[in-house]
Ligand binder design. Structure first.
Ligand code: ZN
Length: 681
């Protein structure tokens, strides 16, 4: 039988892919690629763009065609068999990429191309592809001795297992826990949709009553709305102790030792490559230039937000006291914050839900980009997908040329990893046969699935999430760069990656844009001015506290990676406690093990890079400030953003691109202003 992962179809054959296809496909591709590279290096005397970069790109893309759907399915349709097959491939892929990175002959081929007369004739984009490749060779240990190279390979392989195990532990710990409520009185305060969803979950698992889980759409409403304090405490405690030595499953799926080993190996990896520590290694591919610059940036944000945050927390404490609570516990924060927000602004996320039925929001979001960039989005049916909820869309420009396509998978389900993200399925590049491969993306969210005959209704926060991921999607899909290594989101500095996504969120706050994005699901009535004004005022509710929270996570991440000591290791909990002393105003229980499920830095790409969110937010708010000055639907401004940022991908230095759009370097003030954080000092 034909292996669907090896098909030449332009799009993956999702509904034919079975776990048993995974390992054979990957093994076959890796072995063919190895042979092809060997032949290429053996028969070529003078290396050129066409005989080196182009064929390598082709091989890389071939692997990506199979691996992208596998790793995507592992995230959105997880099963024991698939996970096992996926995990079996990880060390194979890791070996392969380490081998490439350490292939001296290949490295020398790039060096000779960079030194050849041809190099100067190449476009700047092509030169960047070659220079990035040379940098990456160095980062993957090309200069190492034979023995050190072997050590490097072992480190990489072990790290890839550990980070995957970290994520599996979080997923297992999340799925293992549930809490059954049998008395309807215990649901007091919860919005109707949350009650319905809990009843549905109970029914699916053949239980009587309302079943709550640690998946975000189930967990969050309880913390925010449940009057029953004990219920909040039970769920909170289970949530913040996931995959740790504490809580209901203490010691089972415990990530403690995994985290320690990850930090140790990252330090060793950095040292092996000649960096002082992992943060220095991380900076080699970032827009930020030094460790001091990052810490200064974070401390500056923290300090300038502290006074505001203190004032907000004092207000919250006083409010809770008035409501009869003598002492705020962590499971009270979201609940009283919501009450205070309602009290102050008389608005709640739930009030807004009826105005954001999913189809209206999607149509509105597509209308926004039509106005900004003159791009048209159309839904395409009869495309092979992995779940009945998945939809598929194409984006075309004013000339009717297809720019890219994307899958949209919106709703939470047990087999799906939590959170929201964009990932690439296909990259823009020219194929060996001369045809253009247009980019394809996956946009994944975890919204509450529609219940009964109601359409899915989003909170405004969820609308922001959707716009955010769509922003990443546009960066990947609207690229005009023809070389895979720097097309779309490829080759973009990590700390600039969040620029297009955070930038996109701004439209969700503008009246002119909400006119298309919002409409009551029953009557299509627009969002009333009064509601909109309240929403805008409520936007910066506790902005100081939120800023501090992100600063806390970022500094924690930065410090555990920069202060790792080869003899003493690092006491992760102690560093976190110390950071919290400076930047966390809210109470923390001793058994809180937030770090044990901090997948961004232990299982994702944000290690020594979590600061990137804030860094990019500065870029995003400063970029949007230009639209505020020139009109939020000013098509010339839109065109300039499209041409200087979205279409350019990683083809130029992120700072240069930003300056080309903004006319100057970014300023931190736009972010503080956008958050209403005044300097109270
Ligand atoms: Zn993002």
């Amino acid at each position: 039988m034909q292996n669907p992962l090896l098909s030449q179809e332009p799009l993956p054959l999702f509904n034919q892919i079975k776990p048993q296809h995974v390992v054979p496909a990957i093994e076959q591709i890796l072995s063919e690629n190895r042979q092809a590279i060997k032949n290429l290096l053996a028969k070529t005397k003078h290396f050129s763009w066409d005989n080196l970069v182009v064929p390598l790109d082709e091989l890389h893309d071939k692997l990506n065609h199979a691996w992208s759907p596998i790793s995507h399915l592992n995230s959105v349709l997880n099963s024991d068999a698939l996970r096992e097959a996926y995990n079996e491939c990880l060390p194979k892929i890791s070996d392969y990429s380490t081998e490439l990175g350490q292939n001296t002959q290949l490295y020398e081929a790039f060096v000779s191309l960079a030194a050849s007369p041809e190099f100067k004739q190449l476009q700047a984009v092509q030169q960047k592809v070659i220079n990035d490749a040379l940098r990456d060779f160095r980062l993957s240990g090309i200069g190492l001795s034979k023995q050190a190279k072997k050590q490097f390979q072992q480190l990489k392989q072990r790290l890839s297992q550990l980070t995957s195990q970290f994520a599996d532990n979080v997923l297992d710990a999340t799925n293992a826990w549930s809490h059954l409520v049998t008395n309807r009185q215990d649901l007091a305060g919860l919005p109707e949709h949350a009650i319905l969803a809990a009843a549905e979950t109970a029914k699916q698992r053949r239980q009587e009553g309302w079943l709550f889980t640690l998946e975000y759409p189930s967990y969050l409403p309880v913390l925010t709305f449940a009057e029953n304090r004990q219920l909040r405490e039970i769920m909170y405690t289970a949530f913040v102790t996931r995959a740790s030595d504490q809580g209901p499953f203490a010691g089972q799926w415990d990530n403690t030792a995994i985290m320690d080993e990850i930090l140790k190996l990252r330090y060793e990896l950095a040292q092996l490559l000649g960096f002082k520590n992992y943060t220095e290694y991380s900076l080699a591919t970032k827009m930020a230039k030094s460790s001091e610059q990052v810490m200064h940036f974070l401390e500056d944000l923290g300090e300038r937000s502290l006074a505001m945050a203190k004032r907000e927390f004092a207000e919250l404490t006083a409010f809770a006291k008035q409501s009869g609570l003598s002492e705020l516990q962590p499971w009270d924060i979201a609940f009283y914050s919501e009450k205070l927000q309602q009290h102050t602004y008389a608005i709640s996320q739930e009030d807004l839900r009826p105005y954001f039925p999913i189809d209206k929001v999607l149509k509105g979001m597509f209308a926004v980009i039509q106005r900004l960039y003159n791009m048209r989005v159309t839904e395409l049916s009869s495309v092979n997908t992995w779940h009945e909820h998945t939809r598929f869309f194409g984006i075309s420009d004013a000339q009717g040329r297809l720019r890219g396509q994307f899958y949209l998978d919106l709703y939470a389900r047990p087999s799906k990893r939590g959170g929201a993200w964009m990932d690439e399925c296909r990259v823009r590049r020219y194929l060996a046969n001369g045809e253009l491969q247009t980019p394809v993306a996956y946009l994944t969210c975890n919204f509450t699935a529609p219940v009964a005959d109601q359409p899915a209704l989003l909170t405004h926060d969820e609308v922001l999430t959707l716009f955010h991921e769509f922003g990443h999607g546009l960066h990947h899909l609207l690229t005009q760069v023809d070389y895979a290594a720097v097309s779309g989101i490829n080759g973009v500095a990590w700390d600039a990656v969040e620029l297009p996504s955070q930038f996109m969120e701004n439209w969700c706050w503008e009246k002119e844009a909400l006119a298309f994005i919002a409409g009551h699901y029953q009557t299509d009535a627009p969002l009333a001015d009064e509601l909109l004004e309240k929403m805008q005022r409520a936007k910066n509710f506790q902005a100081g506290m939120q800023m501090l929270r992100q600063v806390e996570f970022s500094i924690f991440d930065w410090r555990i990676h920069s202060e790792y000591d080869p003899i003493q290791g690092i006491d992760v909990q102690a560093v976190l406690n110390e950071v919290r002393q400076h930047y966390c105003l809210t109470p923390v229980i001793a058994i809180n093990r937030f770090q044990h499920s901090f997948s961004h830095i232990f299982a994702g790409g944000y290690a020594a890079g979590y600061y990137s969110y804030k860094w990019a937010e500065v870029l995003a708010s400063d970029a949007f400030a230009r639209f505020k000055e020139e009109g939020i639907f000013n098509s010339e401004t839109g065109q300039s953003f499209l041409e200087n940022i979205l279409q350019k991908g990683g083809s130029e230095d992120a700072m240069d691109l930003f300056k080309a759009f903004r006319g100057r370097e970014p300023r931190i003030d736009a972010l503080l202003e956008a958050n209403g954080i005044a300097d109270l000092a």
